[in-house]
Design a protein around this ligand. Structure first.
Ligand code: APR
Length: 355
């Protein structure tokens, strides 16, 4: 996934380069700086001594030493002084300069802490917004696996964007009590333990004169009045010829209708290029639910179009899933910024969109 958000300690994160929120001396300190130096060992400090410090907004690189990464990129974030001293521009430069340096050293993956949001006092949500802006801009023209490693969850109440989402989840989320849910499934789709009913109209709208047990016994469905979605067909092979548009076919059709290029589509979907080309080259590709929804967001589909695309991949939206409720909330509100949706999914400890 081009941009992911995880909760954890960056000193354990395995990738090509981790970023250190340092101070201008580069000689260590508290917070994540202290943690990185402790984990890397004294070799890191010895190399930092030779760098001659670093200006705010700039970045310098050293080896990773005992850390599970090849490099440490040290950047100095701005101290928060109320927001009118170029704090945003300087923080944005920290991210951009760190990613450019990682690219210069052929890194394919990089992990950030939330720079300046600790000792330097930058409000966490604003810090995350600026980080996301810089990462989005960099990924528009570059391929790299970028991870934001948050040390603690953000405080939702700080951000009014999520207040109504909280209400929507409370109002719609159905606790998935397995017994209750199971009963519901049995009742809803007629899979009751009662004796098998005459086979009438299953998933494909197939109707036949034989009972379902006879159908299950015979290799072929009866030839008499096999109807597939109102089109009369005389054999299973003919029925399969009339199969609906596949997920991939709908995806390609929608990309054309929206006038998007492939890169525009997969970058807006937070999907990497290789996966996209796999989908494009396989008419019957079976994507994950997150991938389908990420592409629906990228194409700015309506809720109904999203449900149609999900169905073609064998999925549905359900109110027994917080993930589905959150995604439906943003799509029905016309918010198609996948990074913003992922921040909300992260807050509710859900899988993120993209792949
Ligand atoms: N892994 C990931 N994130 C961490 C870790 C860790 N091990 N430890 C702290 N953090 C988070 C903090 O919770 C905060 O959200 O990193 C973010 C940045 O906090 P600081 O480390 O305090 O960095 P910053 O706010 O940029 O202040 C830099 O602090 O450490 C000193 O020498 C550093 O003087 C400099 C100042």
């Amino acid at each position: 996934m081009p941009y992911n958000i995880v909760l954890g300690d960056i000193t354990y994160f395995k990738c090509d380069a981790i970023v250190n929120a340092a101070n201008s001396s580069l000689l260590g300190g508290g917070g994540v700086d202290g943690a990185i130096h402790r984990a890397a060992g004294k070799g890191l400090l010895e190399e930092c001594r030779k760098l001659g410090g670093c200006k705010t907004g700039q970045a310098k690189i050293t080896g990773g030493y005992k850390l599970p990464c090849k490099y440490v990129i040290h950047t100095v974030g701005p101290v928060w002084r109320g927001g009118s001293n170029d704090e945003r521009e300087l923080l944005y430069s920290c991210y951009i300069n760190s990613m450019k340096l990682a690219k210069e050293y052929n890194c394919e993956s990089i992990a950030f802490p939330l720079i300046s949001s600790g000792i330097y006092g930058y409000p966490k949500r604003r810090a995350l917004e600026t980080a996301t802006d810089a990462i989005r801009d960099f990924l528009a023209d570059n391929d790299m696996e970028i991870t934001m490693v948050l040390y603690e969850r953000m405080n939702m109440q700080e951000d009014r964007r999520f207040n109504s989402l909280d209400d929507v989840i409370k109002r719609n989320y159905i606790e998935t009590d397995p017994v209750r849910l199971n009963t519901l499934i049995i009742q809803d789709v007629g899979l009751s333990s009662q004796p098998k009913k005459k086979h009438s109209g299953g998933f494909w709208g197939l109707t036949s004169s034989k009972s379902s047990s006879e159908c299950e016994d015979s290799a072929e469905l009866p030839r008499s009045d096999l109807v597939l979605n109102k089109a009369k067909v005389n054999s299973l092979s003919e029925a399969l010829d009339k199969i609906d548009e596949s997920f991939t076919e709908m995806l390609m059709r929608k990309i054309d209708e929206k006038g998007l290029t492939d890169p525009q589509c997969y970058k807006r979907a937070n999907i990497d290029r290789k996966l996209f080309s796999k989908i494009r080259s396989d008419k019957f590709y079976k994507p994950s639910k997150q991938t389908v929804i990420a592409l629906a967001v990228s194409l700015e589909l309506s809720v109904d179009e999203t449900k149609e695309m999900l169905m073609k991949a064998g999925y549905a939206l359900s109110h027994s899933s917080k993930f589905d409720i959150i995604v439906e909330y943003f799509i029905s509100g016309g918010v198609y910024d996948i990074y913003e949706i992922n921040e909300a999914l992260f807050e509710y400890d859900q899988k993120l969109l993209g792949a």
